[in-house]
Design a protein around this ligand. Structure first.
Ligand code: C2E
Ligand code: CA
Ligand code: CA
Length: 743
């Protein structure tokens, strides 16, 4: 609503359109009241004024005059003082009391000065002695009307001024911006109401104060420049950003952020023209300050999000490249080295697949927090995406510095992570590239750190490596490998090897684990650790597993042909394969087709499979169990699931992981993990196989403590079917039928 509408005076024709002179023919005709009790005088007065552009009304008594005045508005009253009923003075009193806006010219024959004074005291415009001359009367009337018009114009202008002043004041005060003026000393001479609303300072708290009481200390220098603005042209300050302090009292209930306000300032010098000296004299500054706190905050949030990873709150790859770029420039100038690290978590995909994305995200957050702890000031840790992190260590003293940091990273990841009760173990592979010897550009450094990281992955993970040009070759080979794996299936390059499992007491072969090999046309025999992870990633695991089942069944027929019917076959089951709904049907179909007894088959699954989709896994394994296939837990003790599944899943055998077996150096030593696994298996009535048995000491220790089935290089390495058949044949010749290893 416009607050002025009420105070703008009514736009009456009299105000706005009053003519300059009461000449005939103009629209507005002043209204005159002629009062005289002498009929002759009244009519001569009437005649004198008639036809001169006036509206004339006459009255011959005081009562009549008052009646007219009450009814009509007059501009001028020509008033005889002496009237029979009510005197001229009383009529003037009436005019004054009622606020009748008419001017009065008194005409009187009275000689006494009292009458004249009385009339003038009552505000008469003029006093004419009777008899008056015609010219005198006409002139007085014209003057009175002229003065009246001038006065009206004055009032109108005064009103307009007042209104416009009100309006400007309103505009200034309700402006969203702070508007102020400073004098030449930098003290406030004016400031609008907005300052109070935004900063909490009342007008009179600021007037006379130096502007610096409002300005954030760090911005004082910039403020001095703006507030001292003396220029008036384009060079005057425009949109300078400053932070202003809010009033201490008003900020009590506000957050700290609110006590500072970012403003954008426009200031311009004010000068008064000095006519004598003919030059402008500076007398202060006029400025407008706009509150851009919200915009600044929004900008901060946006730029933060553009340069940070939302999940871990770490810098993202864009910011990382930026920091790395700066670090490279610095290192170049100072002729120092710097290190770029590429960290990739091992087995993260497994956590994501088995525990779900929410837990996976949580793990990434925890990892980020731990890595951050290891950093020194000036180092930048960023998330590249997925489970990849990058680090730049500027100003390296030597490579040992980088090595030490990498060791620290690996160590800090070593402790288990707690994901809502799930204990998760994770490690990382770290590749390191050093500026300038491993690359001088950002991209080169990153690429080489990445290649070094892949090298670590390929060599068993959980470690770090510095880039070396020879790795380029390996990394190219990796890519080529991935492509040629697709062709391997079609070209029949895959082959199953068999590693015998030995009964420690009789020394006979009681089973064999099927292990896949890839006869690569140029690289020779490739081990599954090198290509199966690629197969998992590229969706090749399903066709490869399909092929495996067929190959195993065909191979088994050969053993049976030579009397190896009692030898159980263990096959490794990929989690992806177990997850597929039709796995069980495929397995059963193949066994039936080849006439193989399910009791001759054992599937090895890792602990990790069991947590993924437990219900589905239980169903699949139960169906297998009903069919007569047994189930072994592979790599027992290295997974991160609890032991609970041992009750829930139809498990028959536990395989002691080779990492535990490796620990056995002394057959009379004490190896509590092995003992614990053995006692768990015994307690649950499960079979036991130790894998990776390489020494007599290991075999003896295991046997002495109750693990009677062994698999390892001590006995046999994995071998092609032909070799395996030969080995079985030799054994058959020696001892006849083999015994099952189960109790
Ligand atoms: P795994 O199931 O734990 O297999 C045992 C691994 O230990 C085999 O490696 C085997 O060659 C090796 N090994 C056996 N005895 C010894 C020993 O005394 N000392 C040492 N140092 N190592 C020994 P391999 O054949 O390279 O297989 C690696 C992994 O690849 C297997 O681990 C298994 O998880 C997977 N794998 C192998 N074949 C297949 C397969 O046909 N299908 C699936 N899904 N996975 C397979
Ligand atoms: Ca296995
Ligand atoms: Ca194993």
């Amino acid at each position: 609503m416009n607050p002025f509408s009420a105070s703008v005076p009514p736009n009456s024709p009299r105000d706005a359109n009053a003519p300059a002179l009461a000449t005939a023919g103009t629209e507005y005709q002043p209204r005159l009241l002629l009062v005289d009790d002498e009929p002759r005088l009244l009519s001569s007065l009437y005649e004198l004024l008639q036809g001169r552009g006036f509206q004339l009304t006459t009255a011959s008594t005081g009562n009549e005059a008052i009646a007219h005045l009450s009814r009509l508005q007059f501009d001028l009253v020509l008033l005889d003082l002496r009237l029979p009923d009510i005197g001229g003075h009383e009529i003037m009193d009436f005019i004054n009391e009622r606020g009748v806006g008419a001017d009065v010219i008194v005409m009187s024959g009275e000689v006494g000065i009292d009458a004249a004074i009385g009339a003038l005291k009552r505000g008469a415009y003029d006093y004419l002695r009777k008899p008056y001359s015609r010219e005198e009367l006409l002139k007085t009337v014209a003057n009175a009307l002229k003065q009246r018009r001038l006065q009206e114009a004055n009032t109108r202008i005064a009103n307009q001024l007042e209104n416009s002043e009100k309006m400007y004041r309103y505009l200034v005060d309700s402006s969203p911006d702070i508007i102020y003026t400073l004098n030449h000393e930098g003290k406030f001479t004016f400031i609008n109401d907005r300052a109070y609303q935004l900063l909490g300072y009342k007008r009179d708290e600021l007037i006379g104060q130096h502007y610096s009481i409002l300005v954030h200390d760090e911005d004082l220098e910039r403020a001095r420049y703006v507030f001292n603005e003396r220029r008036v042209d384009e060079r005057a300050s425009r949109n300078v950003e400053l932070r202003l302090k809010c009033h201490a009292g008003s900020s009590q209930e506000r957050t700290f952020n609110n006590t500072l306000m970012t403003i954008s300032l426009n200031a311009i010098g004010m000068h008064v023209p000095d006519h004598e000296v003919k030059k402008l004299e500076f007398f202060g500054t006029y400025g407008v300050a706009r509150d851009i706190t919200d915009r600044k905050r929004a900008e901060e949030v946006i730029s933060y999000q553009a340069y940070h990873d939302i999940l871990t709150d770490l810098p993202n790859r864009i910011l990382f490249k930026d920091r790395l770029g700066l670090a490279v420039i610095q290192a170049k100038r100072k002729q120092t080295e710097l290190a770029v690290m590429f960290i990739d978590l091992d087995r993260f995909k497994l956590v994501n697949d088995t525990l779900g994305h929410v837990k996976g995200d949580e793990l990434l957050q925890q990892v980020a927090a731990r890595l951050k702890e290891c950093l020194r000031k000036g180092d930048t840790l960023a998330r590249q995406g997925g489970d990849e992190f990058t680090i730049v260590l500027p100003e390296l003293r030597d490579r040992d510095d980088a090595r030490a940091v990498a060791d620290k990273f690996l160590e800090c990841l070593h402790l288990p992570f707690d994901l809502d009760g799930h204990e998760v173990h994770i490690s990382a592979s770290i590749g390191i590239a050093i500026y300038p010897s491993h690359g001088e550009s950002i991209d080169e450094l990153l690429r080489h750190a990445d290649i070094a990281m892949y090298q670590v992955k390929g060599q068993g993970k959980n470690g770090h490596a510095f880039y070396d040009p020879s790795m380029q070759e390996v990394s190219h080979q990796k890519i080529a490998l991935e492509q040629s794996l697709r062709r391997a299936l079609e070209n029949g390059e895959l082959e199953m090897y068999y590693q015998p499992q030995i009964d420690a007491i009789g020394g006979r072969i009681v089973g064999a684990e099927a292990l896949m090999r890839w006869n690569h046309p140029t690289r020779g025999v490739v081990s599954p650790g090198e290509f199966l992870p690629f197969a998992e990633e590229n969706g090749l695991m399903i066709p490869i597993s399909d092929w495996m089942i067929g190959a195993l069944c065909r191979d088994m027929l050969q053993w049976q042909g030579i009397g190896g019917g009692g030898v159980r076959l263990s096959l490794n089951l990929s989690p992806q394969y177990l997850d597929r709904g039709d796995f069980f049907e495929k397995m059963r179909g193949a066994l039936v087709r080849h006439g193989i007894a399910p009791s001759q088959i054992e599937v090895e699954i890792t602990e990790n499979i069991c947590i993924r989709n437990p219900q589905h896994a239980i169903e699949q394994l139960n169906k297998l169990g009903q069919l007569g296939v047994s189930v072994a837990i592979d790599d027992f003790g290295t997974g991160y699931s609890s032991l609970a599944y041992l009750h829930r899943f139809p498990v028959h055998t536990v395989k002691i992981d080779q990492s535990f077996v490796k620990e056995i150096h002394d057959e009379h030593g004490h190896y509590p993990v092995i003992l614990a696994i053995i006692s768990i298996a015994r307690g649950l009535g499960l079979g036991l196989i130790a894998e990776g048995v390489e020494t007599e000491a290991q075999a003896r220790y295991l046997r002495a403590n109750g693990c009677l089935t062994m698999q390892g290089y001590l006995y046999h390495r994995p071998m092609p079917l032909g070799r395996f058949v030969d080995v079985l044949r030799e054994q058959g010749a020696k001892t006849g039928a083999a015994l099952a290893y189960h109790a």
